[in-house]
Design a protein around this ligand. Sequence first.
Ligand code: NDP
Length: 310
Amino acid sequence: MNNSSIKCLIIGSGPAGYTAAIYAARAALEPVVYEGLQPGGQLTTTTVIENFPGYPDGVDANQLMGDMRAQAINLGADVRLGMVTAVDLSTRPFAVTVDDGTILHAETLIIATGATAKYLGLPSEEKFRGFGVSACATCDGFFYRGKDVAVVGGGDTACEEATYLAHLCKKVYMIVRRNVLRASKAMQERVMQTPNIEILWECQTQEVLGDANGVTGVRLVRKSGEVFEKAIDGFFLAIGHQPQSDLFKAWIKTDENGYILTDGKSSRTNVEGVFAAGDVQDPQYRQAIAAAGSGCRAALDAERYILSKK
Ligand code: NDP
């Protein structure tokens, strides 16, 4: 091992990255964290988090992420603003280039770069993001209790989110662009058996409507050309997520959607010494607490790996 190299380099600053940093710091791995474009990760795009254990009255998402960051720093993590722009995982230690041109060398790497929800790309959708437009029903559904909402998409996520919302909301419209759902049969059946879900087949969103208080409706266009509006308070996107794994694809195995593959319950990737945590390796759960848990596992795996090489 190279004496001047970083023992544990963590890429990403969501719950997975900061938790990995907390554990790695306590294990004396002197972790360095590169925070990326969005310090705090996806959570910072939402408002109050009510399902992160330990906060009986909920917690502001930015406060939660700020606290995780402060905890990592207090324990000795070197948290740096900056983007990793390239990696070379064929050399030991690994070579990692950051956006100021510096090339770092790391004995272990924890990839915690997360995933980003896909949006339709409408200006009105952008305008009301966080004010009625959300890409996470589990995070924000609670705020729409007893109200009418819409979910865009016809995959497993859309069906899951629609059935979740149906328990809370008066009415859930699913906006589906084709005349079939992409979701598995079991998920389709759950949707069909839920009386307060109505599927709007062969419909695309033209515009999210709203006022100073947030979303009030949606204007849709059917394949037939008919344009119509529905009154809603919440507009949920469920058209897929994009794991941020492109930088590593030359070396690290992913599934067909780009999610990094890890070995069993561990965070080990196919490259020894490289570990993955959080949403970049998790197409299923995508929750802050789940990401934090996997960040913990990645730091423990990195520690064990370093000890095994001594
Ligand atoms: P998918 O890619 O499976 O589905 C995306 C859905 O969004 C499709 O219905 C697609 O329509 C629609 N869509 C995409 N782009 C647009 C657009 N621009 N406008 C309107 N609609 C659009 O993504 P998911 O997130 O649902 O699932 C990802 C993976 O995770 C899948 O493999 C899924 O099986 C898995 N998953 C499994 C779960 C489980 O087992 N419990 C839960 C959640 C996800 P179209 O069909 O026309 O392309």
